[in-house]
Design a protein around this ligand. Structure first.
Ligand code: PLP
Length: 376
């Protein structure tokens, strides 16, 4: 099965009982047992048929063997970190998603799981940060908002040499463009709230592995801590994933044209997009992913100017989040990255006038006119 076919036909794509071509939403919390201990499903925290259909689907499309659905991306990431124990140390990409930074530094530290943030695009820096108690490397690529790229095959090599679990947040690329498990990762996590859901109407998280022992441990944690995705949201995600392929193709084409427009515009200073030849991660990203995605950032001369632009766009909606059919625009220094001190933000390259866009699937001519008017 090829990718777009898989999104529609992989996993459990129909109801064997009625022949319905859409998986039913099973709102049952418990299931009748044929005799004590004889059952297919027992209790819906442990397993629910609608959630199971989604979990089988994400496992298939990420080239894994076991999938797990959680109530949010953060619940999924938290469950993955709970694979580790007090005294363990984790290396993480230095500009990971803000919520990941927060859960690692303000929650998991309470359980004595230690973390070091490192530029994972620098292999020597990664090697130098490994300690005797290091157990995992946690990578995001491309990152937010500067679209920094990490070489997944190279990090997989370092992880293997040192016996570390290699975790990748694949939210930005989606399984349509990038499959980290095939590049040597052990665990893939997703904020399915973004491209997988794709319509800004569901909050969800997914985890995929291809190792039996990891799968067993993850299911144990999912069932023990209980941060599961409900049946209605599981169904919404299955529906969203069916169109992931055509959405990502359209987003790719729109984003290319918008990035070209921005690169040529006199009011725009810098453009960050891994599809640009001069982007420092262009070659590595091209070697590990089939497309560059719908996230791009650009700078204008000042924050005042940026704020004016954000007021003027009509189709680019001013909002956090990303990855949906509608285009979104945001100002990371005052929104997603506001909790980082300005000095640190500037060190990271997040300038005051940095604007981030998430390109949707509107007619690209409307999107271009929208930006043209706002930049005037
Ligand atoms: C949004 C996001 C998350 C968190 O997911 P939620 O569904 O909001 O909990 C994690 N990683 C990345 C890259 C994200 O964009």
């Amino acid at each position: 099965m090829r990718k777009k076919t898989k999104f529609i036909h992989a996993g459990i794509s129909r109801d064997p009982y009625t022949g319905a071509v859409s998986v039913p939403v099973h709102h049952a919390s418990t299931f009748k047992q044929d005799g004590v201990g004889h059952f297919k499903y027992e209790y819906a925290r442990t397993g629910n048929p609608t959630r199971e259909a989604l979990e089988k689907l994400i496992a298939d499309i990420e080239e894994g063997t076991h999938g797990f659905a959680f109530a949010s991306g953060m619940a999924a990431i938290t469950a993955v970190i709970q694979l580790f124990s007090a005294g363990d140390h984790i290396l993480a990409t230095d500009d990971v998603y803000g919520g990941t930074f927060r859960v690692l530094t303000k929650v998991m530290n309470r359980f004595h799981i230690d973390v070091t943030f490192v530029d994972t695009s620098d292999l020597d820096a990664v090697r130098a940060s490994i300690r005797p108690n290091t157990k995992a490397i946690y990578v995001e690529t491309p990152t937010n908002p500067l679209l920094k790229i990490t070489d997944l095959r190279a990090i997989a090599g370092v992880a293997r040499e040192n016996g570390l679990t290699f975790i990748v947040d694949n939210t930005f690329s989606t399984p349509y463009w990038q499959n980290p498990l095939t590049l040597g990762a052990d665990i893939v996590v997703h904020s399915a709230t973004k491209y997988l859901g794709g319509h800004s109407d569901v909050v969800a998280g997914l985890v995929v592995v291809r190792n039996e022992a990891l799968a067993e441990d993850l299911h144990f944690i999912q069932n023990s801590t209980g941060g599961i995705l409900g049946p209605q949201d599981s169904w919404l995600l299955i529906r969203g994933i069916k169109t992931l392929g055509i959405r990502m193709e359209e987003i790719e084409s729109n984003t290319k044209q918008i990035v070209d427009f921005l690169s040529a515009h006199p009011a725009v200073e810098k453009v960050y997009y891994p599809g640009l030849i001069h982007h420092p991660g262009h070659k590595v990203h091209s070697s590990q992913a089939g497309g560059f995605g719908g996230m791009a950032s650009f700078t204008v001369s000042s924050q005042e100017k940026a704020l004016e632009i954000l007021k003027k766009t009509r189709y680019f909606t001013l909002a956090e989040s990303l990855g949906a059919v509608e285009s979104l625009i945001s100002l990371p220094p005052l929104m997603t990255h506001a909790s980082i001190p300005r000095e640190r933000r500037l060190e990271l390259g997040i300038e005051d006038g940095l604007i981030r866009i998430s390109v949707g699937i509107e007619d690209v001519e409307d999107l271009l006119e929208d930006l043209e008017n706002a930049l005037r």
